[in-house]
Design a protein around this ligand. Structure first.
Ligand code: ZN
Length: 473
């Protein structure tokens, strides 16, 4: 059970203050005036000056300035949120949390008369990206808010609703989003300083297990091993209409495009690519023709993950990299017996190999086909089955043949051959596929994938598929 923010209880508190009268000070306090984009704001409660700092009722921030505000009574914290920033202020505490980083303030938030939360307007406004000016002569605070460029890029269709159940990073796939109901992604758009890609999901909320389910809470997940992004973060962008927002922070000096792919069955993947300037050139290799006797085909077997990148964790605590390697080694052993096939392992042991190095390995070895072996995972443990991915058209035939054999070997639900914008199947040029043998998050699938007998069966069916595709059988 997660702690929930109690929304804007302080609005009620503000109402009470209406009945209490104003005269809280013996001296006549100067009431500073507050302007937003040169328009005078008239808050219910007066702003006040304390030790040269202007404090304004929090309601100004939500009602007049248009930001989302949540109040957590238990911790006496107020959370102020726009798309880019989350500011958490605690009453009488001069340390603010700005995007989870502690920032010292010269003036803390105060509870006025035990009821109305007053916040330091300059600090909050500057953190929210507004320009703040103080005019001494008129005792006025001038706030300037630039037009928000981060509107959702398309109008949501009110007919669709869904809930995002998980957002994860996978070094092979990019960002993997699982959802219930109907969730679609808007076209990604880019913003500068910092350089980022924004993807909105209209009419989408987050499920209860995600801390980002509330306005004001942004989940930030650093990414260490991706050439394009350093972090992704997600939050509620709007509650009316419900809009979820995913932001991908791009690595400096590296531009990228995001490719959104709905894989069906409640999964959206977001892959990252070099910027697409022209339509991709089709580097289709000629279809494999029967080459009598002498031709030796180079087959790269790519065991997914490895070393510090363990991949998905199985329901019984073991890692994906282990099962990927076990199957790959068995495939290699079988292929070693084939005189027309030279098997090559891009990851022959438990070590970390970058996706780029796997691609380079395949290219340098003039691979005729490339098969990446993985296992799947889903937050819903009942999800089960075998699927095969391809990216380029020249890989479809290979995907179909190998998938047919793989499903036979696992005996699991046939989840089909799917398009996926995956690094290794995209950046290679030879027919290249990625196998998701089964779901480690599912007890039945996991038991099969870790069983030696089933691994032998999968290896021999993968080999049968390779031979069928190469017309060697
Ligand atoms: Zn994997």
């Amino acid at each position: 059970m997660k702690k929930k923010f109690v929304p804007i209880l302080l609005f009620m508190a503000v109402l009470f203050t209406l009945f209490t009268g104003v005269g809280q000070a013996a001296t006549t306090p100067v009431v500073p005036k507050l302007y937003l984009n040169d328009q005078l704001l008239k808050p219910y409660d007066d702003p006040q000056i304390v030790n040269d700092f202007t404090l304004v009722p929090i309601r100004v921030v939500s009602e007049n300035m248009g930001y989302e505000v949540n109040w957590a009574a238990a911790t006496k914290t107020v959370t102020i949120h726009n798309d880019q920033n989350v500011i958490v202020l605690t009453i009488d505490n001069n340390i603010a949390l700005v995007n989870n980083t502690k920032v010292q303030m010269d003036m803390s938030a105060k509870l006025q008369k035990g009821r109305t939360t007053m916040i330091p307007i300059r600090f909050v406004s500057e953190q929210l990206g507004l320009t703040v000016k103080w005019d001494q002569a008129s005792q006025s605070v001038y706030l300037y808010k630039a037009a928000d460029p981060e509107e959702p890029s398309t109008t949501p269709d009110p007919g669709q609703t869904g809930s995002i159940t998980s957002i994860q990073y996978d070094s092979s796939f990019g960002i993997i989003i699982n959802y219930d109901g109907k969730v679609t992604a808007n076209k990604p758009f880019k913003l500068d300083s910092p350089k980022r890609i924004v993807i909105d999901f209209p009419n989408a909320t987050y499920s209860d297990n995600l801390s980002s389910q509330f306005m004001g809470a942004e989940t930030r997940i650093p990414v260490a091993d991706n050439p394009y992004i350093s972090m992704f973060r997600y939050s509620v962008f709007s509650t009316n209409p419900a809009t979820a927002r995913l932001v991908l922070d791009l690595n400096t000096d590296k531009d990228a495009d995001a490719v959104v792919q709905d894989n069906g069955a409640g999964v959206i993947t977001i892959g990252l690519t070099d910027p697409v300037t022209t339509p991709p050139v089709d580097t289709t290799t000629p279809p494999v023709t029967t080459d009598p006797g002498t031709k030796v085909y180079n087959v790269v077997i790519d065991a997914g993950h490895g070393g510090t990148d363990p991949g998905a964790q199985s329901i019984n605590g073991r890692w994906e990299k282990e099962v990927n390697l076990a199957i790959s080694l068995k495939v290699k052993a079988l292929l070693d017996k084939e005189k027309n096939i030279k098997p090559l392992l891009s990851r022959p042991e438990d070590k970390f190999v970058t996706l780029a190095d796997r691609v380079t390995f395949a290219k340098n070895n003039k691979a005729d086909i490339f098969i990446s072996i993985h296992a799947n995972s889903n937050p819903t443990s009942s999800v089960s089955g075998t699927e095969t991915y391809y990216t380029r058209d020249n890989s479809k035939a290979l995907a179909n043949v190998i998938h047919k054999h793989l499903v036979k070997a696992t005996g699991l639900k046939d989840r089909g051959v799917k398009y996926g914008n995956l690094h290794v199947t995209r950046e290679t040029t030879m027919p290249a596929i990625l196998l998701e043998t089964g779901f480690l998050s599912n007890k039945g699938d996991s038991d099969i994938l870790y069983s030696d007998a089933a691994q032998n069966k999968m290896a021999s069916e993968i080999v049968a598929g390779i031979k069928e595709y190469l017309k060697l059988s």
